[in-house]
Design a protein around this ligand. Structure first.
Ligand SMILES: Cc1ncc(COP(=O)(O)O)c(C=O)c1O
Length: 499
């Protein structure tokens, strides 16, 4: 059979691309083989002809051919030329067109899968791209010391040893656990040592892990309403029955939980900075919750997600620090204190849960990436973390003042900010116009505010407010964002009410 020699049209060289000309030629031929553009058995043009087509030296193409031959993609036949190998060394050629998915022919997804799909993604995860005014849950990434972080990463990579490439401690890198235990003891008043700390891939994994080891399907668990979608997802994932507890200006209403009677195995709370209302749970409520948990032999999951940022208030001891009974599981995250893409957080466990959690660990992710953990341990141990937190507290205070000032200037009379004592977002009551309509008009203008109503699990009529992150952009960005929001408010006001 006559075989047409494949032309080199599929190879495009780009002087600005990463990699040498040789690697670009190598990659293009390999890609063409894997995509099926060059079928097994196809004879390639000679390396000399390809070199002349592409305007590169023959050695460059020859070296690319040699590498592909050594890896088994090409075979050279003496006197006849170079061919695509009949048996490829790795992946099968990829289908070029997207697969046609015939949903009806597939069995249905699990009830759990369908329930998880129905939970709206946390608002902050719907927004991507460069940080914008009011984006929720995103820290001041513009102030993150990237150069320092890069230095620490490079130092770790330069000195990595063979044994550090192996599986690592399932509880997490010990120096990191020690550094975290020291930090939360001093900063958050927890009572723990490194043996109780387990490193997880973000607080979300900590919440999921807690659900996994504490709840069987149909077990009851309390969460705050309004509350965090991540908690709802974790509970749904465990097949738990969610009981919703209202929240007022002192935090979760423990009396409602207590009145409901026993049965619930777990309660999830954000006591330092209730998500999304931003209130701190009062000390009497904290003590009442612990007392209830003791009486009911229930667990308390304390999600302390952005408690490090306080503005002029003295910290209330965290629940973990008040707990004398080993009932509180403390969940912490580096998503707010450093950056969300790091995907590192931690849980502080009562000693008797350690082996169970390790069992769950073995069934799932084993441990987060070890080198990232080591870099984070260095950052904390060398004092950079504390310095960064101090800087962020000052920056957030400034950004919060800018937000409040801009709200008064551009949206006075309509937006009324509730007091902000902790965290990275504010709640603003909306007067005289529907917050949901403002949200829609704002979204149409690319302004990322969220309506408070989106965070309620039960239908709600009394939450005419917006949630606004103030951390991710500089004061001037907040001013611009507020001007755009003022336009959205105006448009919402003019919009005729739906019939
Ligand atoms: C209430 C709450 N808990 C925890 C987290 C942190 O999640 P993670 O560490 O998985 O990024 C967030 C982040 O938005 C949050 O809002």
């Amino acid at each position: 059979m006559a075989i047409q020699a494949a032309r080199s049209a599929f190879i495009r060289l780009d002087a600005r691309a990463n990699g040498t000309l040789q690697t670009q030629i190598y990659a293009a031929i390999r890609r063409a083989i894997l995509d099926g553009d060059l079928a097994p058995g196809t004879r390639l043009q000679s390396s000399r002809a390809i070199a002349s087509d592409l305007g590169v030296s023959r050695t460059t193409t020859l070296l690319a051919f040699e590498q592909l031959t050594a890896e088994g993609y090409l075979t050279a036949r003496r006197g006849s030329g170079t061919y695509v190998a009949r048996e490829l060394p790795d992946d099968l050629p990829r289908a070029r067109a997207p697969q046609i998915v015939r949903r009806r022919e597939h069995p249905p997804v699990s009830r759990r899968g369908a329930a998880l799909r129905a939970i709206p993604a946390a608002a902050r995860r719907c927004h991507t791209g460069a940080p914008r005014a009011f984006r929720l849950g995103v820290p001041a990434l513009d102030l993150f010391p990237i150069r320092l972080w890069t230095q620490l990463v490079n130092r770790r990579l330069r000195t990595v040893t063979v044994s550090q490439l192996d599986y690592s401690d399932f509880a997490g890198f010990l120096p990191l656990r020690q550094a975290i235990a020291d930090h939360v003891r001093v900063s958050r008043g927890t009572r723990c040592d490194a043996s109780q700390v387990v490193i997880v891939a973000g607080a979300q994994r900590g919440l999921e892990l807690a659900c996994q080891v504490l709840l069987d399907p149909d077990d009851e668990a309390w969460m705050e309403d309004p509350g965090y979608q991540g908690t709802r997802s974790a509970l749904t994932n465990a097949g738990a029955r969610i009981l919703t507890a209202p929240v007022d200006d002192q935090g979760l209403k423990v009396d409602v939980v207590a009145r409901h009677g026993g049965g619930a195995r777990v309660v999830f709370v954000t006591p330092s900075h209730q998500f999304p209302l931003g209130v701190a749970m009062s000390l009497p409520r904290r003590l009442a919750l612990l007392q209830w948990a003791r009486a009911e032999r229930a667990w308390v999951i304390e999600d302390d997600y952005d408690s490090e940022f306080r503005y002029g208030t003295r910290p209330v001891p965290c629940l973990h620090g008040l707990d004398t009974d080993g009932r509180v599981i403390y969940v912490g995250s580096f998503s707010k204190t450093l950056f969300p893409a790091l995907r590192l957080g931690f849980v502080v466990l009562p000693a008797d849960l350690h082996d169970t959690v390790m069992g769950a660990r073995r069934a799932a992710d084993l441990h987060p990436p070890a080198i990232d953990q080591a870099v984070l341990a260095d950052l904390i141990a060398e004092g950079h973390f504390d310095r960064h937190l101090r800087r962020m507290r000052a920056a957030y205070r400034e950004r919060l003042e800018a937000l409040a000032d801009a709200a008064r200037r551009f949206c006075g009379g309509v937006l009324q900010l509730r007091p902000v004592r902790t965290g990275m977002h504010a709640v603003a009551d909306v007067i005289g116009v529907s917050a949901e309509r403002v949200f829609e008009e704002a979204a149409a203008r690319g302004v990322e505010v969220m309506p408070l109503s989106a965070y309620f699990l039960r239908p709600v009529t009394s939450a005419n407010a917006l949630i606004m992150g103030f951390a991710p952009v500089r004061p001037d960005g907040l001013v611009t964002g507020m001007q755009q929001l003022a336009a959205a408010i105006e448009a919402a006001r003019r919009r005729p009410a739906m019939a």
